[in-house]
Design a protein around this ligand. Structure first.
Ligand SMILES: Cc1cc2nc3c(=O)[nH]c(=O)nc-3n(C[C@H](O)[C@H](O)[C@H](O)COP(=O)(O)O)c2cc1C
Length: 414
């Protein structure tokens, strides 16, 4: 009997999974032949697509024999049946692995190009894509390549970082493709349930707007970045995520459900509607505290003028949540302050019945409209920790990891 790769609990690690391996034109394509072996041994089905350049390094026949499946290379090849091959290949796998990933392939995928079969498949697939870059150290250090890698990471593609060592060009440095065993370990981990598997997150993001007349409104500088980063991190850890957002300056992440609203009152309605179906509510949106007492039906003309705008308080979402929430639900509030931050955050947590409070101080690099943030986390009135000034993604990681460690979520898992 052939040996099959077993996980720690002695199960065949990738049993029944479908892996599409994309091989591109680098010397380390020879290592991908062994990767096919490892994937097969772990119980998965493998199909291979190759770029034209890749076929100069290793023949399709090698991959056909090892994978037990035909290898596709040509987007325009005539088929026995009239199928659209690149779409069939894009929808088939549970995971796509690009190994090796050349500088050229990385650049094309980063800019959404689909000029050959492997590029079209990666462009079209909704499956998670893992890329193992492999190139000469000079190429790896090139700022354009770095830029493309960071675009891909932002787009949710996962990089399996290359190592350092002897390179095919005769030099030594970084850019050497991760070993097949490392790529396998990443693949296996990708199927393990995350710590938030089965947990339902409801995250609000962005700013609400309160209209003065059909063309003018009151709002704030919130960009949506913080809430979206929290939603992405919760997804990464396995949560089911619903996002309700107002106006934003960045595209929303790929989560389970997205709803867009405009005013505080619409956000309140949307939050209360979704509240019964969440285990954690993270209120990262910057909801306007005030709205004009009346909205003019027509544009207020400059000539007519307006002496003043009377403001009244908007719908208080957190107070409404406090009055309706189940005791098992975890509520996370945000406080953006300019003075007396800690005192105000603790007071707000108590008044609004928040389990956790995230305090941001508005500054040049923190709070609204920035890529970075610095926050202090409170559990009720107890100060937990203050983050360094760092990216909103890292701050989101810290917040979501803190929530994942809350014992109540273990009980909420279904
Ligand atoms: C001997 C040889 C080795 C190469 N190794 C690499 C490599 O490791 N990484 C890389 O990015 N390009 C490498 N190239 C260049 C690519 O093959 C070339 O950019 C090709 O157009 C990539 O096409 P593809 O991305 O469609 O596979 C190599 C070329 C040759 C001739």
């Amino acid at each position: 009997m052939r040996s099959r790769r077993r996980s720690k609990d002695n199960k065949v690690a990738l049993d029944g999974k479908k892996i599409l391996l994309v091989v591109t034109g680098g010397i380390s394509a020879y290592k991908s032949a062994y990767l096919v072996r490892l994937i097969k041994r772990s119980g998965a089905q493998v199909r291979v697509v190759m770029t034209d350049a890749a076929t100069r390094f290793v023949t399709p026949l090698t991959f056909e024999v090892l994978s037990g499946n035909p290898v596709q290379t040509d987007i325009f090849a005539r088929r026995e049946l009239p199928t659209v091959e690149h779409i069939e290949l894009a929808t088939w796998p549970d995971r796509v692995v690009v190994a090796p990933a050349t500088a050229d392939f990385i650049g094309s995928v980063a800019s959404g190009m689909a000029g050959d079969l492997p590029r079209a498949v990666v462009c079209a697939t909704a499956a998670p894509v893992y890329m193992a870059p492999a190139m000469n150290d000079g190429m790896w250090a090139n700022p354009a390549v770095k830029r493309n890698i960071s675009i891909l990471e932002k787009d949710g593609r996962r990089m399996i970082a290359p190592g350092s060592g002897e390179l095919a060009c005769g030099t030594s440095g970084s850019g050497r493709m991760a070993e097949p065993e490392e790529i396998m370990a990443v693949l296996e981990r990708s199927f393990e349930p995350g710590p938030l598997e089965g947990i339902r997150f409801l995250v609000t993001a962005g700013r609400t707007i309160e209209e003065i007349d059909p063309v003018r409104y009151i709002s704030n500088h919130s960009s949506g970045r913080m809430g979206f980063a929290i939603a992405s991190r919760a997804m990464e850890l396995g949560a089911k995520v619903t996002v309700i957002h107002g106006q934003v300056d960045v595209p929303p992440p790929g989560v389970d459900v997205i709803r867009e609203v405009r005013s505080a009152s619409q956000m309140k309605t949307a939050v209360l509607r979704s509240l019964p179906r969440c285990d954690v509510l993270v209120m990262a949106a910057a909801v306007s505290d005030f709205r004009p007492s009346r909205r003019a039906k027509e544009k207020i003309k400059k000539e007519t003028g307006i002496d003043s705008i009377e403001l009244v308080k908007t719908a208080d979402i957190l107070s409404a949540v406090r009055d309706r929430k189940k005791s098992s639900q975890i509520i996370v509030g945000f406080a953006l302050e300019t003075v007396d931050g800690e005192k105000n955050a603790v007071r707000k947590a108590a008044a609004k019945g928040c389990d956790y409070m995230v305090l941001n101080m508005a500054g040049a690099d923190t709070g609204f409209g920035t890529d970075t943030n610095q926050v202090t986390l409170f559990k009720g009135a107890r100060k937990l920790e203050t983050s360094p000034l760092t990216s909103k993604d890292r701050v989101a990681g810290m917040i979501v990891d803190m929530l994942a460690a809350d014992g109540r979520l273990g009980k909420a898992k279904r």
